[in-house]
Design a protein around this ligand. Structure first.
Ligand code: C2E
Ligand code: MG
Ligand code: MG
Length: 702
């Protein structure tokens, strides 16, 4: 007998040498091929041999000298569970069957150990084992794969009962596989539509019905066994047998809660303001559009309230953005508390809020809301350890009268808000058609203003400042006029605010300064008793970066010494940003220019700042001067300012002196200088030159 390593090795466990011989013979060179037979007589020997591997199959006689009955098999099987064992015995068929029940591959009756049956039985056993192994491997690979992927996988049979769940599916459904298997899909895989909360369509049913892979319902939510919900996404596919018959389905799904939460968050961010978390312009427009659609259907009005906080910029600049943000949050809370759930409070940006009142019966209801808002703002806000007071100006537009779309309604409410601001802030105004007209006029004015500079339509008038004791002209204030073709002389009140809004004031102001300096130098050169010229500077000019440099350049170009120039600034300009103001004032002061506070008493000067600033002149606002003789308050304010000026060693000039009584009062209180129609209206340059000429010979007040 040739032994080849390629021949399958059979371990024969047989006590009886004669039987062993017979088997050797039966296995030696048959049609089914040969086997390499290794013979042992005892179980103990067999166990030793098996531990060395390399055995393709075992032929076992259940009754051995060292072991009997089923125990023999059990021991052997325990030692080598992966080797197929064929048992044979001495006609004890029941015992052999029992062995098969416990894992033996086959049993052979004593009469079938011939050279035909035995090799066949062995071959079959070895092959079956190989197929089993391959199948096991494949299944194992599938299980490992299914448990390693992040997706949940769940299989059903054709009647919709669960046949398989991977680990992720177990975790997500909350069902262990052993419990889930055999249960109807709907019990284990509970899914609802996230929006409607209705049971979502059974994906397996669809896949089986349509015999193709189908996606799950959009916005699908899986309810775990304990009630926990997760957003899921995915698909179901039919499973086919060899004949392409559908025999079940596989559902693959994964948790998209994080992705969905992110997308919800992103939608929220796109529609809300970061600081206050209120709806932004985008969402507001949408809500107004919806409200308009409903208003049209039910023939109902709605109102848009535009709120702008007064002097917010000042708080933001002086106390910092963090405080500003907190204040905005405080305001937003007050607004939310004061409106109905159906209304929308939105932030447009900056210090602007727009409130949509979608359920009003009469336009007057909007006025009630506006009053409520102003009242709610009047209580101080506690911000960063400070108690801050804020007020607001409100404009209201009403659908359908003031606009039939969101854009127009907001624009008109905004316009009305401007009017509220002009009206002295902390009040509300309904939009009127007239406002629109004004706005249009304003726009055309802006266009004409741009041309006015090129066309040289501006000119300066000059009003003398007078020594109240001697009547001597102590200086002159240059006041701008616009000679607009077809409109005559336009006073500064009608165009300076517009020029400030659109930034043109910077160029216009430079022109005025240049012209005043040039004129002053001309009068000096003409030998007239000219003392000094003052020019008004608005906040926008003063805050412009190149301001100090442009003053320096203009003076040097005009050939006028800085000490002949006064700059008039209002209190608002000085207080807006005290720190940078002080720096600019100091630069101007160093240059030699004198500084005056114009319209003094009307603003909100902090006296401590005023003391720190290098101010030379206080100009008492004309409203106080006019009240000197009318009411005691007016006169006491005037005398207080005069005293203050003396204490701070500042020149005090009373503006707008119109009557001898006013003059008498000011003289009595030792106000040094004054200005007003009583002495002279502002005059064109030649007339003013004439006045100076006269002054050479006499003073104008005796
Ligand atoms: P302001 O600097 O306070 O100028 C005084 C205003 O009072 C002038 O008005 C003057 O004509 C007027 N006035 C003078 N005396 C009397 C009087 O006895 N009674 C009354 N009722 N009014 C009197 P005006 O020229 O219309 O200027 C108004 C404001 O326009 C100025 O107030 C100033 O703030 C601004 N302004 C004028 N010129 C310029 C300029 O060149 N640049 C800038 N930025 N603002 C200017
Ligand atoms: Mg002035
Ligand atoms: Mg003034």
């Amino acid at each position: 007998m040739t032994v080849s390593i390629l021949l399958p090795k059979i371990l024969l466990i047989e006590n009886d040498p004669a039987a062993s011989n017979a088997i050797h013979t039966a296995l030696a060179g048959t049609v089914s091929g040969s086997f390499d037979v290794e013979w042992v007589r005892q179980l103990s020997e067999a166990l030793v041999r098996l531990s060395k591997k390399g055995i393709a199959a075992v032929l076992l006689n259940l009754s051995l000298s060292d072991s009997h009955g089923i125990e023999t098999f059990d021991k052997l099987f325990a030692a080598a569970p992966d080797v197929p064992i064929l048992v044979f015995g001495n006609g004890n068929e029941a015992l052999a069957k029992e062995a098969v029940g416990r894992g033996a591959q086959d049993y052979l009756l004593a009469g079938h150990l011939d050279s035909y049956s035995l090799p066949r039985a062995l071959r079959n056993a070895i092959e079956r084992k190989a197929v089993d192994d391959a199948l096991y491997l494949e299944r194992e690979r599938a299980v490992v794969t299914l448990n390693s992927i992040g997706d949940a996988v769940l299989c059903t049979d054709i009647s919709g009962n669960i046949t398989y769940l991977n680990l992720v599916a177990e975790a997500m459904t909350g069902w262990p596989r052993e419990e889930a298997i055999g249960k109807p899909l709907a019990e284990v895989f509970r899914i609802v539509d996230g929006a409607t909360r209705k049971t979502a369509r059974d994906p397996m049913e669809m896949a089986v019905e349509q015999n193709r892979t189908v996606g799950l319902t959009v916005n699908c939510v899986l309810i775990r066994r304990d009630g926990f919900e997760s957003a899921i996404e995915d698909s179901a596919a039919p499973i086919h047998d060899r004949t392409r018959r559908v025999i079940g389905a596989v559902i693959v799904f994964h948790d998209v809660s994080a992705a969905r939460a992110m997308s919800v968050q992103m939608t929220h961010s796109a529609q809300h303001d970061v600081v206050t978390n209120l709806p932004n312009r985008l969402l507001l427009n949408d809500r107004i559009a919806q409200s308009i659609a409903a208003g049209r259907r039910w023939n109902r009005p709605l109102a848009v309230i535009f709120l702008d906080l007064d002097r917010f910029k000042y708080i933001n600049d002086s106390l910092g953005h963090a405080v500003g943000d907190e204040l905005l949050q405080c305001v937003s809370k007050r607004l939310l508390a004061g409106v109905r759930a159906s209304d929308t409070v939105s932030r447009q940006g900056g210090d602007e809020f727009v409130i949509l009142l979608s359920e009003i019966t009469y336009p007057e209801d909007a006025a009630t809301s506006a009053r409520k808002i102003l009242l709610s703002l009047s209580a101080p806000c506690s911000v960063g350890g400070r108690s801050l007071r804020i007020s607001g100006s409100i404009g209201i537009s009403v659908y359908p009268e003031d606009g039939e779309d969101a854009e127009t309604l907001i624009k008109n409410a905004d316009l009305a808000m401007y009017h509220a601001k002009e009206n002295g802030r902390n009040n509300f105004q309904f939009f009127t058609a007239e406002m629109n007209l004004k706005a249009v006029e304003r726009q055309s004015l802006e266009g004409s203003l741009r041309c006015a500079l090129e066309q040289e339509e501006f000119l300066l008038h000059y009003q003398p400042k007078v020594n109240l004791d001697t009547g001597e002209i102590t200086g002159v204030e240059a006041l701008i006029r616009w000679q607009q073709p077809g409109r005559g002389l336009v006073p500064p009140s009608q165009f300076v605010p517009i020029a400030e809004d659109c930034g043109l004031i910077v160029e216009i102001g430079r022109w005025a300064l240049r012209e005043a300096c040039r004129q002053a130098r001309e009068w000096q050169d003409a030998g007239l008793p000219f003392k000094r010229v003052s020019i008004n500077v608005s906040a926008v000019e003063f805050r412009n970066k190149g301001f100090v440099e442009s003053v320096r350049t203009i003076l040097s170009e005009a050939g006028l010494e800085a000490r002949y120039l006064d700059l008039e600034l209002t209190e608002g300009v000085l207080m807006e940003d005290a720190e940078s103001t002080a720096a600019v004032l100091q630069e101007l002061k160093t240059m030699g220019v004198q500084l005056a506070v114009d319209d003094f008493g009307t603003g909100y000067s902090s006296l401590s700042y005023l003391q720190q600033f290098p101010i030379d002149v206080l100009k008492i606002d004309q409203s106080f001067v006019h009240r000197i003789t009318a009411d005691p308050d007016g006169s006491s304010i005037v005398s207080a300012i005069i005293d203050m000026g003396k204490n701070l060693k500042q020149r005090v000039i009373a503006e707008g002196i119109e009557t001898p009584e006013q003059l008498a009062f000011l003289r009595a209180h030792h106000c040094a200088e004054g200005q007003g129609y009583l002495f002279s209206h502002p005059l064109a340059a030649p007339q003013f030159a004439h006045l100076l000429q006269m002054a050479l010979t006499e003073t104008i007040v005796h």
